[in-house]
Design a protein around this ligand. Sequence first.
Ligand SMILES: COc1ccc(C(=O)Nc2ccccc2)cc1NC(=O)CCSc1ncnc(N)c1Br
Length: 271
Amino acid sequence: MAKSEEWGLGDFDIGKCIGEGKFGKVYLAREKQSGYVVAIKVIFKAKLDKYRFHAHLRREIEIQHGLDHPNVLRLFAWFHDDTRVFLVLEYAAKGELYKLLRSLRHFSEKRAATYVASLAGALAYCHEKHVIHRDIKPENLLLDLEGRLKIADFGWAVQSNSKRHTMCGTIDYLAPEMVEKKAHDHAVDNWTLGILCYEFLYGVPPFEAADQFDTLKRILKVDLKFPSTHYVSAEAKDLIRKLLVKDSSKRLSLQEILKHPWIVKNADPSG
Ligand SMILES: COc1ccc(C(=O)Nc2ccccc2)cc1NC(=O)CCSc1ncnc(N)c1Br
């Protein structure tokens, strides 16, 4: 029988659950013909109705379908039945980048620079495609079999199996213009890159405080301190200082990040 264009659930062997989100769960799956392993996200239509997310999901699928970058998780296909929508996603075999950060406590400068360069490259690609909704919160960063970073952009809060509670609802990544509820553009991503670079190197975000109000005050003051718990190069601190700038127009651009001496010296070009 000729292969119909449409994929269906029957084309896949479904495996274990590897993630859980607001709209449904994510399963490991293998496409029967090719044996190709993917992640299948199951989204309940009833949930979409409840949050009126149909249009958002349809727009996201159109956007995602056109994206093809080594550091952006691929959306290969999608299909639906009367109660669920299925997203056929690239499977990131090494899972969540944050589990690795927790287990290593902090990354080496080479690993941190490689991830920052991957993120800057992926964001530059997305901005070029006029997609600025690439939420680079830590929850959205996965690692593939080769350890390459993938922005997974869950579309909505996804709690993976390792019920991470520290991150959900964290404000550590908010840029000052977001805290002050000013208009923001994709320069917010450059701020977030600074936060992530600091956290990759120190294991904690730069403005962490006992309570959220203190964190907000520290963000608005850009109260940046570098602990001397372990050695971090002056070039790394220089990049962070040039990203965590209150005036969003003065933050290093993605292109400038990729040319920064610390990135040029430390990032692995194979990403
Ligand atoms: C391109 O990736 C997406 C694109 C879109 C959406 C999405 O839900 N959009 C959406 C859902 C409802 C309403 C509006 C938008 C979600 C993802 N991605 C994900 O959900 C990541 C699933 S977890 C995972 N994936 C691969 N390998 C692993 N090891 C893991 Br763990």
